[in-house]
Design a protein around this ligand. Structure first.
Ligand code: SF4
Length: 362
């Protein structure tokens, strides 16, 4: 019999599961708190649950806690890059970045990626499978435990205490390996569990999901009544250049993608943003900046410029700092709100997918 993936069960489903085991509903609440607030690493740690029931849970449920098999720490800015091994031996990456406003975590949503963006290392080995809600939560929880650990707490601070609030991660981006909207149902369960008041209780406003532009899924997401931010990986000012960089552009035309974003913004009232990888000589000219501003000006979304991280399998070069600044200026002059993304963890395997690749090919 397959074991129940208990870490993937949302609060209501967990209560149902527990009462189905002839336990009282309050036991379900305790169990959920142990897993999603205290971030316990085993059923054995859940000391106020009856021992016989903990043994039954161990027997019937899988409870795989992600532990880093590699951790790289930037000497420049303290960025921490984690490589986690999943129960089936696959590996995924996640990153912790420290900003003035708090700790921000970037997680993966799939093992590999099928989208084939030309500048991205995560897609070079193809797509293997979707991550479960438990595996997405597991990345966040493992990093949260690490934060508690390096901030000097032996275990989770008391729930609701100032320490708990002050040490909890403040932002989450689903921008690591994988296309999150290609793993739609699991992504939504993950977001709902992460923002559940019985769990880590992150604000939906502190969550950003990045998509390469799956139009039907963007429309579907708009109807989910979530307060998250949607970021579009745009990377090109027109259809022709987008097709060169992103195979998905052959399926969804650039104007349809941008229209879907407009409609997302209108339906949800949430802001949207754009990711634009700057590739020297490909999409960084004055004419590109002008065309880009015309395409998105009415959306008033923030543009993040990302000087592309060179990967050895592709011949893409990052523009000089001056060229990136000139592109930014040109967009600003056209009324676009834009920043050049600060490169975090430049001295470690910074580009998404590189650490995992190094491990699977070693
Ligand atoms: S940029 Fe994102 S969507 Fe594109 S291949 Fe990489 S992980 Fe996949």
């Amino acid at each position: 019999m397959d074991k129940t993936d208990i870490l993937s069960l949302p609060y209501d489903e967990l209560l149902e599961y527990v009462t189905g085991q002839k336990e009282k509903a309050f036991r379900g609440k305790q169990l959920y708190q142990w897993m999603h607030q205290h971030l316990a690493t085993s059923f054995d740690d859940m000391k106020n649950l009856p021992k016989a029931w903990r043994e039954q849970l161990t027997e019937e449920c899988s409870y795989h806690v992600l532990k880093p098999v590699d951790l790289q720490i930037s000497q420049l800015d303290g960025t921490r890059k984690y490589l986690f091994e999943l129960a089936d031996g696959n590996m995924v990456e996640a990153v912790l970045m420290h900003y003035k406003h708090g700790d921000s975590v970037c997680i993966s949503s799939q093992v590999g990626c099928k989208m084939g963006c030309r500048f991205c290392a995560s897609t070079l080995d193809g797509w293997l499978r979707n991550l479960t809600p438990a595996e997405m939560l597991g990345q966040v929880y493992s990093i949260q435990r690490d934060i508690w650990n390096f901030r000097g707490f032996e275990k989770a601070p008391s729930i609701g205490s100032e320490e708990y609030r002050n040490t909890r991660i403040s932002n989450l981006v689903v921008m690591g390996t994988g296309e999150p909207l290609d793993n739609y149902d699991n992504l939504l369960t993950f977001i709902r569990m992460l923002t559940d008041e019985h769990g880590l209780n992150l604000s939906q406003r502190s969550i950003t999901v990045s998509t390469c532009g799956l139009v039907p899924k963007i429309h579907q997401l708009a109807e989910e009544n979530l307060g998250i931010t949607l970021a579009l990986s745009l990377h090109a000012p027109n259809q022709e250049k987008r097709m060169e960089l992103m195979p998905i552009a052959k399926t969804y035309e650039i104007h349809d993608v941008v229209d879907a974003l407009r409609s997302y913004q209108k339906t949800t009232g949430r802001r949207v943003s754009f990711e634009y990888s700057l590739v020297a000589g490909v999409n960084d000219t004055d004419a590109d900046a002008k065309e880009l501003s015309e395409l998105i000006r009415d959306i008033h979304g923030h543009v993040n410029l990302i000087p592309v991280n060179p990967i050895k399998e592709r011949d893409f070069k990052s523009p000089s700092h001056q060229a990136a600044l000139a592109f930014q200026k040109k967009l600003e002059n056209c009324g676009i709100n834009v920043t050049i993304r600060r490169e975090m963890g430049r001295d470690i395997d910074g580009a998404c997918g590189q650490l995992r690749r190094r491990h699977i090919h070693s």
